[in-house]
Ligand binder design. Sequence first.
Ligand SMILES: [Mn+2]
Length: 324
Amino acid sequence: MDLASALLYSVDQEFLPLACISIASIAENRKDPVPPVSILLHEVDQPSRYCAERFLEKLGIEFHLIEVDGGWCEPWASKRRQSPAKFGVLRMEEFLRHSARRVLIIDADTRFVDDIGPLLNMPLDSASLAATDDIAMIADGRVPTLTNKLGLPPGTGYFNSGLMVVDLDRWTSEQIGRKAIAVFTDRPEILTFNDQCALNAVVQGRYKKLGFRWNHLVGSSPPGWPASMFHYAGHLKPWQLGSVRRFWPLDRLVPREHFDYYDRMCQALEWTGGAVGRPRYEQIVLMNALFIKLRFSGRLRRYSERQTSTRTLKIGSEHPELLT
Ligand SMILES: [Mn+2]
């Protein structure tokens, strides 16, 4: 029996179509019914909302689109040049429309290739959430610096917030969201990666570690590692780089199948607004410009280095249980 569960996304206009694709990927791989989905909407126009509704209705799942006024996270969100959508989950207990004991908080730039069933049933022991250690930060050797800046003791883990399996009662009683918000107002200088750093500062390493398969960072994780969920964190987003997929070294970093999947899904969405619905010539110009920027700033080379990093290999051999 599944616990009463819910899935939660928080998006703006640009990321709503991607949340829809992520949800479709969950439905494709799910044997049992998909738990109800709540999507927090920040400044989403009516045509986009209508596209999302039409697409999600076809999936035959229960969903709730919830308009959130992002004004509450000003002025610090604008100062950090972040969309308010990044912070909606920090107040999720106020926004969720139904009771749930377990909430999966999922980034829109993700795609599932396995049944989420194990995440709905796994024990969290005494932790308020489970998440995957950030392999990109491990590979870059940045975890000690990041956690030290957050005021955490040496050896504290650092999770990626792209997928969090949350015990809603504990999250609420431990005031994790409220405390994370306080980091933005009271101690913003400790943050490197916005909400992800704020949550790591609050949780202080007391999270249950999910296997690396549940947050496979495409381009950063070694390609041979198992994957149940692909996370297109950072710059390697297939929907932003489709027309330059054959250019070296992108062709090595992101397998062709990922581009094909997003081509197919973007078509199925029939989106009319936002980045996904941009005219073809405009997309091609933007994609080429982005590729040139990534290639010549050395960012693409850094991805290649992560995949073969000795730190990554070491984690894999020291913690084989995280690679099953
Ligand atoms: Mn992400």
